[in-house]
Design a protein around this ligand. Structure first.
Ligand code: ADP
Ligand code: MG
Ligand code: MG
Length: 210
């Protein structure tokens, strides 16, 4: 029965996604089919149920893959399998490439995951999907990882939260070329993309707690 600091953080992430079920459903009801929240609710509950079986501290790579599979198979929609792809791809990268610069490793794992999402989802930057938040997040992490001067964790957390919030706001101004929103034919413009707001939610909890 594992329970590390990382377990506590992930529990907070999954509980936050569950708390926001209604918010994500409402956003998706405006521009899609209204199920983003319940998908994450189901997936988060499934992950919470197995979290104590995972040795996150000593076996992070395998644990991330297992959590990704759990999200993908319990979601029942587009985002779930894409998160599954992102986590398994990122984990595979971490397995091979661990260096002294942990932040850089995480950034590269995230970037590989994002590229694989784009490959599987056939999406480009600017198509109005979660990719439009993942790319600026990855870029901001890269900048931070490359800086030699020590920044304090609070500053980094604040900066990253700003980056994803701004990216989500910017994405709301785009016309959708992928996903269900594209059927709205422009009426989605000015409305937040649910997938982007999901990233704002998990990123905020992650960086505020690490
Ligand atoms: P659906 O109900 O249409 O299967 P979800 O409700 O699970 O989809 O997720 C919707 C979110 O998924 C969108 O807000 C968008 O950010 C993201 N998304 C949709 N299509 C793609 C895609 N091809 N690539 C990446 N992300 C996508
Ligand atoms: Mg949906
Ligand atoms: Mg759906």
């Amino acid at each position: 029965n594992y329970d590390s600091y990382l377990h506590q953080v992930l529990k907070k992430v999954f509980n936050t996604l569950i708390e926001k079920t209604h918010y994500f459903n409402e956003l998706d009801a405006e521009v899609g089919d209204g199920d983003t929240g319940e998908g994450f609710e189901r997936s988060s509950k499934a992950c919470l149920a197995i979290l104590h079986n995972l040795d996150l501290e000593h076996n992070l790579v395998e644990s991330l893959t297992i959590l990704g599979d759990e999200i993908a198979s319990n979601f029942g929609g587009t985002s779930g399998p894409l998160y599954g792809v992102m986590l398994s791809t990122g984990a595979r990268f971490l397995k091979k490439e661990l260096s002294e610069n942990t932040l850089k490793d995480l950034q590269q794992a995230l970037q590989q995951g994002q590229q694989q999402i784009q490959h599987v989802g056939k999406s480009q930057v600017g198509d109005r999907t979660m990719v439009d938040v993942l790319v600026p997040l990855s870029k901001a992490l890269e900048d931070i990882a490359n800086q030699t001067d020590q920044q304090n964790k609070k500053e980094i957390a604040y900066k990253l939260i700003q980056v994803v919030k701004e990216a989500s706001q910017k994405t709301s101004q785009l016309k959708a070329k992928k996903g269900r929103s594209r059927y709205l034919d422009g009426r989605e413009i000015g409305k937040l993309d649910p997938g982007c707001e999901v990233i704002v939610a998990w990123l905020t909890i992650l960086v505020e707690n690490i």
